[in-house]
Design a protein around this ligand. Structure first.
Ligand SMILES: Cc1cc2nc3c(=O)[nH]c(=O)nc-3n(C[C@H](O)[C@H](O)[C@H](O)COP(=O)(O)OP(=O)(O)OC[C@H]3O[C@@H](n4cnc5c(N)ncnc54)[C@H](O)[C@@H]3O)c2cc1C
Length: 482
């Protein structure tokens, strides 16, 4: 698949985010955290002529881009796809020479396991809410009363969004409670593992926030035509191959990649920043990118910038767990799940299962072989039930929910569980203000330290690449101004 058509208008194209090499001289820059955000920041910094060291606490790079083997197949248990509306991911794939491994997701039904049983997610329903009325009404997800309320959106006066509001509250005011509980919660809430009545309209759904200031009614506005390319793509070897190739490229470009090295302390030393592991000093740097979870960033900045640390500690997260399940292909083919690409479960149902992806229906490269592969996930903010179960019981319980929803009457032939503790950032109401407060404190106390990654600028590979490019560019400017 060629990606060139997508990269033209990139907001974070490599050229934009790669300032003139002469501008940073040979400044030493440390990147703490070797997930996609940290590795991308390293790429942008090396292109600007910096001497870069990446530290990751884990024995492997990639963070939340990770796959495990299940019944002889590599299955992503972190990020499994990239959204192509933002050009960054495809530009990176092109640059790393991985274009021939790109595959587009098959179009397919997403099932919602709601109060009325299994229903299709209405066409045009996005994480930011409905864009079309008729598919929503005809999907039979809503009661008659709920349908009448949703159709009344066009008559609801403008909702004031000058102050940040919860996206769930905003959409409830416009479409009614049933739309939020039955559709927005499983889709947007599921994506963020969050509570839609706390997630920020401005930070969690910036596109929707932009629309609210331009249009009185979301249903009456003129909708742009859908883009020509596929919305979601992955790489045939799994999304983790993106970080593997990126790391290989960085190594060739002279980046020092230090795995198994947790940075525990950071201190200001004149114009430089000293880093420490538990074992001792890890070097002195002109600039530092913090591409780590907010709790780690709070710990690291605690002494040098208590004001930044205090706000970083307030950024909430959710823990999630993914079970990769392999079912015998012949037996699983009759399940309703096999007729779609995914399943979403509203939180008010109280089920452990939050969502499932039928990888073998969704992706062409998972379509053959003796097994079909399903990713089932659990865990939302403030819901810790998955963490009270051991891996085998968790996989059993997720399978049981899947079976109850879809009539699947065969046990998995193999299962692997991967837990992601405190990894899903909660961009809750007021997030933009909190982030601005952290950045102000850092500018004052640690002017050569920048934040990059999902905890700050939102989850997803596209958002992480954008965040990394901004952090790199800010540090180039800061070090240049000294
Ligand atoms: C189950 C799941 C499914 C997802 N699905 C998708 C998807 O399909 N598409 C999509 O776009 N996004 C998806 N996401 C979100 C996406 O994966 C993340 O937003 C993104 O990978 C975050 O990257 P990051 O580099 O900011 O953070 P991370 O990947 O968390 O990297 C942070 C790194 O910091 C390291 N670290 C921590 N402490 C220290 C320390 N003291 N010193 C040094 N290093 C340290 C960690 O080891 C880690 O490697 C998913 C996430 C999960 C959990």
């Amino acid at each position: 698949m060629s990606t060139s058509a997508h990269v033209g208008a990139s907001v974070i194209s490599a050229s934009e985010a790669s300032p003139d090499p002469r501008r940073t001289g040979s400044r030493r820059v440390a990147v703490i955290g070797g997930g996609i955000s940290g590795l991308a920041a390293a790429k942008y910094l090396i292109a600007a002529g910096a001497d870069v060291t990446v530290f990751d606490a884990d024995a492997r790079l990639g963070g939340q881009l990770h796959a495990v083997e299940v019944a002889g197949h590599q299955v992503d248990v972190g990020a499994e796809s990239m959204f192509t509306a933002a050009p960054g991911p495809l530009a990176l794939v092109d640059e790393l020479g991985l274009g021939d491994r790109l595959v587009a997701a098959n179009a397919g039904t997403t099932w919602i396991w709601g109060d009325r049983g299994l229903r299709r997610l209405p066409q045009g329903f996005t994480p930011a809410g409905p864009t079309r009325l008729w598919p929503m009404l005809s999907a039979r997800v809503l009661s008659l009363r709920g349908m009448i309320r949703a159709a009344g959106e066009a008559l609801v006066p403008t909702t004031d969004t000058t102050q940040d509001v919860a996206v769930g509250d905003y959409l409830e005011r416009r479409f009614g409670r049933e739309v939020v509980d039955g559709l927005v919660d499983p889709l947007l809430g599921g994506l963020h593992a969050g509570d839609v009545r706390r997630l920020s309209l401005r930070s969690a759904t910036p596109q929707l926030a932009a629309l609210t200031s331009q249009h009185r009614s979301l249903l009456l506005r003129r909708r742009p035509r859908p883009g020509a390319g596929p919305a979601f793509v992955t790489l045939t070897g799994g999304m983790h191959t993106l970080v593997a190739r990126l790391a290989e490229r960085l190594r060739q470009d002279g980046v020092d990649l230090q795995v198994g090295t947790a940075i525990e302390r950071l201190e200001r030393d004149g114009r430089r920043t000293r880093l420490h592991t538990d074992a001792g000093p890890a070097g002195s740097f002109d600039a530092v990118v913090l591409a780590v979870p907010a709790a780690v960033a709070a710990r690291l900045t605690g002494t040098a910038s208590p004001a930044a640390a205090e706000v970083l500690r307030q950024l909430r997260t959710a823990s999630v767990a993914v079970a990769a399940l392999a079912y015998p292909r012949s037996a699983a083919a009759t399940s309703t799940l096999a007729t779609g690409t995914g399943l979403l479960v509203p939180s008010h149902r109280g089920r452990l299962l939050k969502a499932a992806t039928h990888l073998s229906t969704k992706w062409p490269h998972h379509a053959d072989g003796d097994h079909v592969y399903v990713r089932a996930s659990a865990g939302r903010v403030d819901d810790t039930r998955a963490w009270e179960l051991d891996d085998a019981t968790l996989a059993d319980r997720l399978h049981a929910d899947l079976a109850a929803a879809t009539g699947l009457d065969v046990e998995p032939a193999a299962a692997r569980v991967r837990r992601w503790a405190a990894t899903m950032p909660q961009l809750e109401v007021g997030h933009a203000d909190r982030l601005a407060a952290v950045e102000r404190a850092l500018a004052q106390d640690l002017p050569d330290v920048a934040l990059a990654g999902a905890p700050y600028h939102g989850p997803g590979i596209a958002a992480c690449l954008r965040s990394a490019a901004t952090a790199a560019s800010d540090l180039v400017t800061a070090t240049q101004e000294r």
